[in-house]
Design a protein around this ligand. Structure first.
Ligand code: GLY
Length: 581
């Protein structure tokens, strides 16, 4: 494998080159793929679903009760979230569905990430002076990549499900016709995107009330979206990418200055990718592969942290160590990661324990490492909304799925007559690669815009397995997703329950800006003071962040537990197995 060393520091390039001959060593493969012994024949005593909305959780359980498996339930939940949580995900967006099939242990990541239109160009968001035009990659149809979710739902249903789409999409169609009620969270997100939403009459008509943020309890019905879902139920992917729906999408996008074409729709392909695996102190981690950066960054951080006894450290040293691991993994994220169909990613090296050892040696305990000393790139922030759900069925099939339309309400553009809210996932690309940014650093070449390319993501649907416990987790939250999953993984490894993973206070470091971002009360005042003395800069956020949906099957006690993040309005629901008479 050729390694993209063009912008590596000498030390980085040295480490990675030294590692190459060692990668093939058989003991390494053994170490990487040592799986905790699993009771393959054991099945869970209950099914469990955790999603960001009670209607979506109910849709999943309804689908299981109708004879569907976890994969059918994933189709039902994804489609229902598209209806009842329009600010987070939708048919106009995409996502990653991590699947585990109990019958043979097969695991895959269904990559339904959006793709740049074929007419996209590297500099499409720059003005004639080469400066990024604010808003162009966020609002309106030019910001929208080609949706992947409809194709992914059809793919999952046909390849892994048992039920026809007519059945698994029924709860979503019903929800679109009956409507859902506006919550405080909806209002916050609508307020955040109000100006953009007002600019598109169809969006304002559907998702605002009198052109303003709707009151709590206001009912939002989406008959056009119900019709689009029915078209998919009837005609599969052609129901979206061909025929009447496609015609309406293409006409309105073109009219409003977008660059989508029928060729984009015809050539869109779901890709199945091998998930990223790693080990942390007896826990096997399975997480998202590129074009998500989640799995690789998560494994890099855990590999670094596996060299320490975090449990035995005081709050100061533990926080410092975790932050330094985050800093290093996010530096690499921005440097190397992008769409694996377009760029070569040194995956084996970045997730290699020896590489983590080298990074560990650069961590000092007496002071923070300024990010400028490590050299590297800035990180595109990534959308702040998105959604995640977790499913376990009674056969032991699992789904962890993180879906997105990027910013809340995506591009804030609905194609009239379709009910489809377009994503603004083009903003996850590096709009201006190769040009020094405000920090004097070069932007991420690996994530430059190219026709048909998938933008880099942080979405990190994840499975964790120890000798007697299996977990399914993930969260929305843009670039903070990966560190939230990291903190959740550390909670799992410490033997704690999903409630603790989902509710624990959070902190985050992403290399640049060189700050520890923390939720109010995430770190004690005394430790904050001591971290500052070590050279860390801390920024307490005004609001909490994330919305983790987490499940745990304890095979030792044969008990299933679940949690929906207390920060959100979701629901985790466990249904005990009813033995057939
Ligand atoms: N748009 C959020 C992400 O993919 O990371």
């Amino acid at each position: 494998m050729s390694i993209p060393t063009a912008r590596l520091t000498n030390t980085d390039a040295g480490i990675i080159k030294q590692l190459l001959p060692r990668i093939a060593a058989p003991w390494v493969l053994l170490l990487l793929f040592t799986t905790p012994s699993l009771a393959e024949t054991q099945t869970p005593p209950a099914s469990a679903i955790a999603t960001a909305h009670p209607i979506a959780t109910a849709a999943g359980h309804e689908t299981l009760a109708a004879g569907g498996n976890a994969f059918d339930a994933a189709v039902a939940v994804s489609a229902t979230l598209a209806v009842v949580e329009p600010m987070g995900s939708g048919l106009g967006g995409g996502g990653f569905w991590l699947l585990h099939r109990a019958s043979d242990g097969f695991e895959t990541m269904v990559d339904g990430r959006e793709r740049a239109p074929l007419a996209a160009t590297r500099n499409m968001y720059l003005d004639e002076k080469g400066e990024v035009v604010t808003g162009l990659s966020m609002d309106g149809p030019l910001a929208a990549a080609i949706p992947g979710q409809p194709a992914a739902l059809v793919h999952i249903a046909e390849r892994y499900g048992r039920l026809p789409l007519k059945k698994s999409l029924a709860p979503a169609i019903r929800a679109a016709l009956n409507g859902f009620q506006v919550t405080e969270h909806y209002r916050d997100q609508a307020r955040f995107r109000l100006e953009a939403m007002r600019r598109n009459p169809e969006t304002a008509h559907l998702f605002l009330h009198n052109n303003d943020v709707p009151p709590v309890g206001h009912t939002i019905k989406q008959p056009a979206l119900a019709a689009t879902l029915k078209a998919i139920a009837k005609d599969g992917r052609d129901g979206f990418y061909r025929g009447a729906v496609a015609k309406k999408l293409l006409a309105s996008v073109t009219k409003a200055g977008g660059i989508w074409s029928q060729r984009d729709f015809d050539s869109y392909q779901v890709v199945e990718r091998t998930p990223i695996h790693g080990e942390y102190k007896g826990t096997r981690i399975t997480s998202a592969a590129p074009p998500s950066s989640g799995g690789i960054a998560l494994i890099t951080m855990l590999n670094i942290l596996s060299g320490y006894e975090l449990e035995e450290m005081n709050e100061l040293d533990r926080t410092h160590t975790i932050v330094e691991a985050m800093r290093r993994a996010y530096r690499d994220r921005a440097e190397y990661l992008g769409d694996p169909d377009f760029v070569q990613i040194p995956m084996a090296q970045l997730t290699h324990p020896d590489y983590a050892s080298e990074l560990r040696e650069t961590i000092r305990f007496d002071r923070a490492t300024p990010s400028q000393e490590l050299k590297g790139n800035t990180l595109e922030q990534g959308g702040v909304d998105t959604t995640h759900f977790s499913i376990l069925d009674e056969e032991g099939n699992r789904v962890a799925a993180t879906l997105s339309i990027n910013y809340p309400f995506g591009a804030a553009f609905v194609a009239p007559g379709t009910g489809v809210l377009l994503n603004d996932e083009m903003d996850d690309f590096s709009a201006k690669p190769g040009t020094p940014n405000a920090y004097g650093l070069v932007g991420a070449e690996a994530n430059a815009i190219a026709p048909g390319k998938r933008p880099l993501s942080s979405m990190s649907p994840t499975f964790l397995e120890s000798r007697d416990r299996t977990a399914i987790l993930g969260t929305p939250g843009g670039s903070r997703i990966i560190t939230m999953v990291l903190l959740g993984t550390l909670e799992f490894a410490a033997g704690n329950e999903p409630q603790a993973w989902a509710s624990r206070p959070r902190f985050h470091h992403q290399f640049l800006p060189d700050l520890i971002q923390l939720e109010p009360n995430a770190i004690s005042d005394a430790t904050q003071q001591q971290l500052s003395e070590r050279g860390h800069t801390l920024k307490t956020l005004k609001n909490n962040y994330g919305n983790m949906q987490a499940l745990l099957w304890n095979r030792g006690t044969n008990r299933v537990t679940a949690a929906s993040d207390p920060r959100g309005g979701g629901e985790a629901l466990i249904k005990q197995h009813q033995p057939s008479k």
